[in-house]
Design a protein around this ligand. Structure first.
Ligand code: ZN
Ligand code: ZN
Length: 132
């Protein structure tokens, strides 16, 4: 399944939480966020973007959830627990944890592909090639 293509501008309060003293995020975080879920329909209108990890890898992380687009957008910035799903590779591979917040719309993160991200990764890999 392809990744949702929704993009939204973070409200000032969410940006403020990213730049709060004691966090190791840049002074000017990118104010736009992408929905990270797989494509979802109107029955599941809420988009989700991961903002910042918790204090430990298992701790709830800061997420931005929004529905609709400006000027009718509704949103919330909240700490959300991780989806408990784990993908088990039978051939000795590492376990892969779902990268979404709990109660997200299906499917889990490992079934979602991001064509743009893959394209960028491919481009970077090509640029790194010593054969140039
Ligand atoms: Zn979405
Ligand atoms: Zn999941």
């Amino acid at each position: 399944m392809l990744q949702c293509t929704a993009v939204t501008l973070l409200p000032p309060d969410a940006v403020a939480r990213l730049t709060a003293p004691g966090t190791d995020t840049p002074d000017n975080p990118e104010p736009y966020v992408l929905c990270e879920l797989g494509t979802h329909d109107d029955r599941h209108p809420e988009h989700a973007a991961h903002l910042r990890p918790g204090r430990t890898p298992d701790a709830p992380a800061l997420w931005f959830f929004w529905t609709g687009s400006a000027p009718d957008r509704t949103h919330r910035t909240t700490l959300a627990p991780w989806c408990p799903a784990v993908l088990r590779h039978l051939d000795s591979g590492p376990l892969q944890r779902c990268a979404y917040a709990d109660h997200h719309t299906p499917p889990h993160s490992w079934d979602v592909t991001d064509p743009l991200g893959d394209l960028l990764a491919q481009h970077l890999t090509t640029d790194d090639s010593p054969e140039g």
